[in-house]
Design a binder for this molecule. Structure first.
Ligand code: ATP
Length: 513
């Protein structure tokens, strides 16, 4: 645990020190769970968004994108169920006055049981060596089975109580498990209450005529209300998808995990409209497609797992998370939800408009079903950043901090460095920058010894450093250094573009899907 905390702290301070993420309004001591993306952060974030957009929209003939407004007619949030049901169960500790999500307290308790299972597995693996069969071990070892049964029973009871709005039982569960305030150890809890996560605001100048609005808590509803507009103007045939990326706002009860849980964040969502009855196949299909997208980035298959939901949101008939191994353990990165006709059906009811599709094959109209994929851009950013940050021991007893970002996502693709600030080397370096900048985001750096400049670029994850020296003046060659291997090669200036392109091209990466 201590190790994990250390690693997470390193990620947060690296993000600040190297211009990725700053606390919002820092000169006023920040604003809780709100963050600003800095010069390198915004490039990384844009690249992640583009990588998603390319894969989801431009590579699918039957998926198109939109960009809906953040404000929506307030009735839309009645129809979507958010006014009545977008709640989290909160609990306060009477001694520490700290507020928690009751469900998260219980889930964290279960995570500790799961950690014990992992420990048993690791011990056994050590004991049995090569011959170890993990699957067999976890399905037969009595201690592991007991842990698993306990964890399952707790999660089932939590799901049942939340579903039935039995908040007294959620509190009873917390008391029975003797869950204490993680910060103070106190077990003196209030009752569990529901808390609506939507931010309210007003539209209009005068108090009487003002209309109560919400900042959207998800981007999905902007897609649903535009379903027919897009279907008609784009002549879309079912199955088809509508995608969008954009800000969402949630008044989260507990937000203490950097950009993992923010009050203002960005989502990348795609709603896939299908024929009723085909939702199981499409749900499975999108689960696999989305996992493949993640795996294409090469951040390690072991760092992902599916988590099927016990408790379903008010709109879903099946739901799974793609969880990622963050520095603080496996947590939700993306959700795949089979939303049935809940949303379109309700918008029909509340708006009085028909939101149906005429299916020429079936020769009838129906309200389509929907399978949704929804990923937090900021969470993805954190996954990429935390997974890439490495401390590497080098041969000469030194070490380096290197951000091994997937090259396709790196904020700066190449840095061009004149060996010295004279003899015409800066001019040649600038010429190279002026040419490459049309194809990639490149940097020019002439300050400090070249070794220090390499380290600086390693720390922001730049895949290539190009050094211009005196030989360059004679034969038009430069040294190109690779971030991960630190290997240096002498190449012609006119080969640079192809070398960089090969490694950072989205096509190469997405073809792995
Ligand atoms: P959680 O259980 O962590 O609160 P959720 O299940 O409410 O998340 P969804 O409503 O399914 O999340 O939203 C889809 C995605 O949006 C999530 O998988 C996550 O990546 C992202 N997301 C949700 N809430 C936040 C937040 N407060 N900050 C950053 N990203 C978020």
């Amino acid at each position: 645990m201590a190790n994990q905390d250390e690693q997470f702290k390193k990620v947060i301070s690296h993000a600040k020190e190297y211009g990725f993420v700053f606390p919002s309004s820092e000169i006023y001591d920040g604003l809780s769970a709100v963050y600003d993306y800095a010069q390198n952060g915004v490039e990384l974030k844009n690249n992640i968004r583009q990588y998603w957009w390319k894969a989801m929209v431009q590579l699918h003939e039957n998926i198109v994108g939109i960009d809906a407004a953040i404000f929506m007619h307030p009735t839309a949030w009645k129809a979507s169920g958010h006014v009545d049901a977008f709640n989290d169960p909160l609990i306060d500790n009477k001694d520490s006055k700290k507020r928690y999500r009751a469900d998260v307290l219980v889930e964290d308790y279960v995570a500790k049981i799961e950690a014990k299972i992992e420990k048993e597995v690791a011990k056994a693996e050590k004991r049995f060596g090569e011959a170890f069969d993990k699957e067999q071990f976890v399905s037969t070892n009595p201690r592991v089975l007991e842990y698993k049964a306990t964890a399952d029973a707790i999660l089932k009871r939590l799901a049942r109580s939340l579903e039935n709005e039995n908040l007294a039982d959620v509190k009873a569960l917390i008391e029975e498990l003797e869950i204490a305030d993680p910060e103070t150890g106190s077990k003196n809890w209030t009752d569990v209450k529901q808390f609506n996560l939507m931010f309210g605001t007003k539209l209009g100048a005068s108090a009487e005529s003002a209309m109560d609005l919400y900042l959207r808590p998800e981007t999905a509803q902007g897609i649903f209300v535009n379903f027919l507009n897009v279907q008609k103007t784009g002549r879309m045939k079912i199955p088809f998808g509508i995608a969008q990326t954009g800000k969402a706002f949630r008044n989260e009860i507990v937000a203490r995990q950097f950009i993992f849980r923010m009050r203002e964040f960005e989502q990348m969502e795609m709603q896939f409209f299908i024929k009723p009855g085909t939702q199981k196949e499409w749900y499975e299909e999108w689960k696999q497609t989305r996992l493949k997208w993640h795996l294409s980035l090469g951040m390690g298959a072991d760092n992902y797992r599916f988590h099927d939901h016990e408790k379903l949101a008010h709109y879903a008939d099946a739901a799974a998370d793609i969880e990622f191994k963050f520095p603080f353990g496996f947590k939700e990165l993306e959700g795949i939800h089979s939303r049935t006709d809940f949303d379109l059906g309700n918008h029909e009811k509340f708006s009085g408009r028909k939101l149906q599709y005429f299916d020429p094959e079936e020769n009838k109209s129906y309200v389509p079903y929907v399978v949704e994929t929804s990923i937090g851009l900021d969470r993805m950013f954190l996954a990429v950043l935390s997974n890439s940050l490495q401390e590497e021991e080098l041969e000469n007893n030194t070490s380096r901090t290197v951000l091994k970002l997937p090259a396709v996502l790196a904020p700066v693709k190449a840095a061009v460095l004149p060996l010295v600030k004279k003899d015409g080397l800066p001019e040649v370096a600038r010429n190279i920058v002026d040419d490459l900048k049309w194809s990639f985001n490149v940097d020019y750096d002439e300050k400090d010894a070249v070794g220090r400049r390499y380290r600086r670029q390693d720390a922001v994850g730049t895949p290539f450093c190009i050094t211009v020296d005196h030989d360059t003046l004679k034969d038009d060659t430069v040294t190109i250094r690779h971030r991960d291997t630190m290997e240096q090669k002498r190449v012609k200036i006119n080969e640079l573009k192809d070398i960089i392109q090969q490694e950072v091209d989205m096509r190469t990466w997405l073809m792995k899907m």
